[in-house]
Design a protein around this ligand. Structure first.
Ligand SMILES: Cc1ncc(COP(=O)(O)O)c(C=O)c1O
Length: 398
């Protein structure tokens, strides 16, 4: 049987066995509606509130500041549409996930003004650019914590400080940071922060939005008074229980140094891949989450490499799962100044808690030969080789 190694944990992570165990009773014995006042309802209500405590602990906030949602996309949309109204100005960055980017683009069609601040070659927003973009009608700054394609971490605490000085709300999408690095909402100074369960070994289709006490937030859904009237609809109880357990395991992992072990495995992968000729790191020079590396292989079509590696049992990706199959190169890499060809030649490798050093060795066993074989088939690569123009790893040949 083909051995399969999964290094696409920024797309989604496998549910940990402990998480599945915690969820299981809430599909059957403990089936009550958490809003019911009888025994069955009270049992699930208590479990939902325990999960809320666990998520709050992961983020360093009060349980009452956590709103459960259907995932990262809904949390980002709730923060943005919940805080901004017609006539307001919003500041965001060019490298946001589409959950934020497209929400902001939509705002721009509904009588709001949006400024998209650029990033430098490392993928970093300059907080001074954010400060300069503030206008009298600026209502919200939304800048992500960790980028899903490169793992690059933004200076969110600095941006939070700028927002506070200007009296502007600050939202951050921490979907790719949660569970990978320590998060404390007070240190960031944000009014709201998004997490998604399936990126931290919880189930898909559930997430949370931290909303700082006293923040004005209009609901997006109208219905019952669930989630303190901020998110109507019967709770996804098994999902919430799974997110709560995943948050506990993430907190424990951060305390016992699991992230350092992951960084060491990622660094080994990265080091050895960068030893292949004409490769380079996207996000070089920036601080990144410990599980992600994004590397370009000049002369290669990223999608072709993903498919060739999949046939050998290795799952990786060219970037965001929701952009797979896109003709256009990654908006993140092009915003960082990468050429069209180099952005298309880039692959994201992202580790999870389940990965071992043997998984990294397996990847290192199949990637170099696959890259070499694809380059042999690449007219661009052949032309560069025959003309003696093959570039060192820091320059493009295409
Ligand atoms: C940075 C970021 N924000 C938001 C999302 C959307 O989260 P969800 O899949 O839970 O809707 C993702 C998912 O890839 C993400 O990486």
């Amino acid at each position: 049987m083909l051995r399969r190694v999964y290094l696409d944990n920024n797309a989604t992570t496998p549910v940990l066995p402990e998480v599945l165990e915690a969820m299981r009773p809430y599909f059957s014995e403990h089936f009550g509606n958490a809003s019911s006042i009888h025994h069955h309802g009270q049992q699930t209500r208590a479990a939902v509130e325990r999960a809320r405590e666990s998520v709050a602990k992961l983020l360093g906030c009060r349980a009452s500041e956590i709103v459960f949602t259907s995932g990262g996309t809904e949390s980002d949309n709730l923060a943005i549409f919940g805080m901004v109204k017609t006539g307001d100005h919003v500041i965001t960055s060019t490298v946001e996930h589409h959950a934020v980017l497209n929400a902001c683009k939509h705002l721009a069609t509904t009588g709001c003004e949006v400024t998209f601040v650029p990033v430098d070659g490392r993928g970093l927003v300059d907080p001074e650019d954010v400060k300069r973009a503030i206008r009298p009608n600026t209502k919200l700054i939304t800048v992500m914590f960790a980028n899903n394609e490169t793992g690059v971490l933004q200076s969110v605490a600095e941006i939070g400080k700028i927002a506070a000085e200007a009296g502007v709300c600050f939202h951050t999408d921490a979907v790719q940071a949660a569970g990978k690095i320590a998060i404390n909402v007070s240190e960031i100074g944000c009014h709201s922060l998004t997490i998604s369960s399936h990126k931290l070994h919880g189930p898909q289709g559930v997430g949370a939005l931290y909303v700082r006490k006293g923040t004005q937030l209009e609901p997006m859904l109208y219905g019952g008074s669930h989630e303190r009237s901020r998110r109507a609809g019967t709770e996804n109880v098994p999902g919430i229980i799974g997110l709560g357990r995943a948050a506990e395991l993430a907190s424990a992992g951060l305390q016992n140094g699991e992230n350092l072990k992951m960084a060491a495995a990622r660094d080994q992968l990265e080091r050895e891949l960068l030893a292949i000729e004409a490769t380079g790191l996207n996000g070089e020079g920036a601080t990144r989450v410990p599980n992600t590396t994004n590397i370009y292989f000049d002369g290669i079509e990223g999608e072709a490499l993903v498919i060739a590696l999949d046939l050998k049992g290795l799952a990786v990706s060219t970037g965001a799962a929701c952009s797979s199959g896109a003709i256009e190169p990654s908006h993140v890499l092009t915003a960082m100044g990468q050429s069209h060809d180099r952005a298309k030649a880039s692959i994201r490798f992202s580790l999870g808690k389940q990965n071992t050093i043997e998984d990294v060795e397996f990847a290192l066993g199949v990637i170099p030969e696959t890259v070499a074989r694809l380059r042999e088939l690449s007219p661009v690569w052949k032309k560069a080789s025959s003309s003696g123009l093959r570039a060192p790893s820091s320059q493009s040949v295409v």
